[in-house]
Ligand binder design. Structure first.
Ligand SMILES: Nc1ncnc2c1ncn2[C@@H]1O[C@H](COP(=O)(O)OP(=O)(O)OP(=O)(O)O)[C@@H](O)[C@H]1O
Length: 256
């Protein structure tokens, strides 16, 4: 294998079981995936299919029951240095309002990255991250979360993740709480980032319509397993699995 073939971040046979014996749930069951620079990979599946558990495994917030996590081909499944890992792999979650401390201004929220960045966290770097997501620093830095729109809050979240200049961004239902037009804005922010920074993005959603809009590759999850995966065009326009067809049937405008 040449270095170019080595994925930026790869999960190999990742499995996570919760509980024991008859109550055991295989939330993620033998899932393999590879994230590459400048590519958006979407994981799609219904509620309970294991998407968030997979995200938490990839973020090293959970340890897999089996399987490995490789960063640049290096096994990082059980390395102790999560701080270094989180400089490379960052995340944005569903509800930006609950994730923020309501009593902190945007300036102070952004300053929390100091834990990972130390003195590298400069005003210029904060401004750069906000500009990358289309926000004007002067407009938002002094504001509290409730003084921002839902779309602005989600963009602040993305900016905060970008502060460390990660190479991988995991967006777990990052657009689900937003209405259709704001959702499109955030999806555009993600596609622009991919183009400008070569970021590898894992986009997690229950909505296969969104997968179609942004991604290069799609993995369809059901009951912890990947039932179908491949380039977006193939999965969306020539699905081979009955479950994928069912998900697509709920998006009439794609096939109508
Ligand atoms: N900490 C936990 N303890 C026990 N079971 C869990 C835990 N976390 C998740 N599960 C179970 O694992 C399965 C997958 O859950 P997960 O949250 O990963 O699915 P999801 O696809 O992200 O769903 P949603 O879209 O509703 O968030 C579910 O059956 C869930 O009940």
């Amino acid at each position: 294998m040449t270095t170019e073939d080595v994925p930026l971040l790869a999960g190999e046979h990742l499995t996570r079981v919760f509980g024991r014996g008859r109550d055991a749930v295989r939330a993620v069951d033998d899932v393999s995936l590879a994230l590459r620079p400048g590519e958006i990979t979407t994981v799609v599946g219904e509620s309970g299919s294991g998407k968030s558990t997979l995200a938490r495994l990839l973020l090293r917030l959970l340890t897999p029951t089996a399987g490995r996590l490789l960063l640049d081909g290096r096994d990082v499944t059980r390395t102790s240095d999560t701080t270094a890992y989180w400089r490379d792999v960052q995340a944005v979650f569903q509800d930006p309002f609950s994730a923020f401390n309501q009593f902190f201004t945007v300036r102070r929220l952004m300053a929390r990255a100091r834990r990972l960045l130390g003195p590298d966290l400069t005003d210029a770097r904060v401004a750069e991250a906000l500009e990358q997501v289309g926000l004007r620093p002067g407009d938002v830095l002094g504001r509290y979360p409730h003084q921002l729109s839902g779309g602005q809050r989600q963009r602040v979240m993305i900016a905060r993740a970008l502060l460390v200049r990660p190479r991988v961004l995991i967006a777990d239902e990052a657009t689900s709480m937003l209405d259709a037009s704001l959702r499109a804005t955030i999806l555009n922010v993600l596609t622009d980032l991919r183009a400008e920074t070569g970021l590898a993005i894992l986009f997690i959603t229950h909505d296969i319509g969104q997968a179609c809009y942004v991604s290069d590759r799609v993995l369809v999850m059901r009951s912890g397993r990947v039932v179908e995966s491949g380039p977006t065009d193939e999965v969306i326009f020539a699905p081979t699995h009955e479950y994928t067809r069912r998900l697509l049937a709920d998006v009439p405008r794609l096939h109508g």
